[in-house]
Design a protein around this ligand. Structure first.
Ligand SMILES: [Zn+2]
Ligand SMILES: [Zn+2]
Length: 307
């Protein structure tokens, strides 16, 4: 039989994995809440993880409560032409919507919180708009003070809802030119962690934005902070009956810039969530900190030193 000649170019056409995945998954926070609940079972920090499950449930309820305003044309143009992240968190106007999100989240979590957290939520609810803006600025800039540690998860949660709602209105073409590998192409924040994805993003490594939940591809074995590949090593916590290669969570450490970021392998657990799993593996941070590496990206639901 003659070999059919294929002329439509279908040979060798491999479906391309997207470089940037915008946060259009409307179930994200419900899924994260379930993940926190799963991770809390038998965990030494179960109470804290269950509180975070309530925070994620409140985020899930708050996300559809408001519509995202359109992103200004000037910002979209600058992004399409010059690769400037259109919602740069440190410089863009936040408006008042995130504070309404915060008040919703505080009211929802308050119903489930124990006395200590209830007290913090009451103090947070009493702050005026200016004070809340100062908190948001500090959290985004990474200069939160210890005195505000108790407020961090709630302010962080509200900012995540606000920025992910805005980011979900973008089209991939709006941010294609933003290609600084170490910061989010949408909001210019640092990643909370990275994930080796399964499914359409088959085995590729994606960094997950700490703020707006966008993911972007960065090749494996490359430092997510200084972009070099010379001095990377992987640390994990030894678990009985499991060899290191099978660990769900590892810390990718870089000897060039002395930083680290966690990398989760979704192949080991399909339900892994970079934000929830990061908070359930703080023991790994302690281990890596002791080796002299500094974490390169924040988890906005956690203030270092508050756990
Ligand atoms: Zn982002
Ligand atoms: Zn590095």
């Amino acid at each position: 039989m003659p070999t059919p000649i294929i002329t439509d170019g279908s040979i060798g056409r491999v479906p391309q994995s997207p470089r940037i995945v915008l946060p259009t998954n409307a179930q994200r926070y419900a899924e994260r809440a379930s993940r926190f609940e799963t991770l809390a079972n038998g965990h030494p920090m179960a109470e804290y993880l269950r509180l975070m499950a309530h925070v994620a449930r409140a985020q899930d309820a708050t996300l559809p409560a408001r519509a995202a305003p359109p992103v200004a044309d000037a910002l979209l143009d600058a992004s399409r032409q010059y690769g400037m992240p259109p919602l740069a968190a440190q410089s863009s106007e936040r408006g008042a919507a995130w504070r309404a999100d915060l008040r919703d989240i505080v009211a929802a979590v308050r119903r489930f919180a124990g006395d200590g957290v209830r007290d913090a939520l009451a103090r947070l609810a009493a702050l005026d708009d200016d004070a809340l803006e100062v908190l948001a600025e500090r959290l985004i800039a990474g200069t939160t003070l210890d005195a505000d540690a108790a407020f961090v998860p709630f302010v962080g949660a509200a900012l995540q809802v606000h920025f992910s709602r805005l980011a979900a209105t973008l089209a991939p073409g709006d941010v294609e030119k933003c290609d600084v590998a170490t910061v989010c192409p949408v909001c210019a924040m640092r990643p909370v962690a990275s994930v080796l994805r399964i499914g359409p993003q088959n085995s590729l490594r994606y960094l997950h934005c700490a703020l707006c939940e966008t993911e972007w591809n960065l090749p494996r074995v490359q430092c997510s902070s200084c972009n070099t590949d010379k001095a990377l090593a992987y640390l994990s916590i030894e678990q009985e009956g499991l060899n290191a290669a099978d660990a769900l969570a590892k810390a990718e450490t870089c000897g060039e810039c002395n930083s680290y970021l966690k990398i989760f392998n979704q192949d080991k657990d399909a339900f892994v969530d970079p934000v929830a799993d990061d908070l359930a593996t703080l023991a790994l941070d302690v281990l890596v900190d002791e080796q002299g590496f500094a974490r390169s990206g924040p988890n906005l639901l956690f203030h270092p030193g508050s756990g």
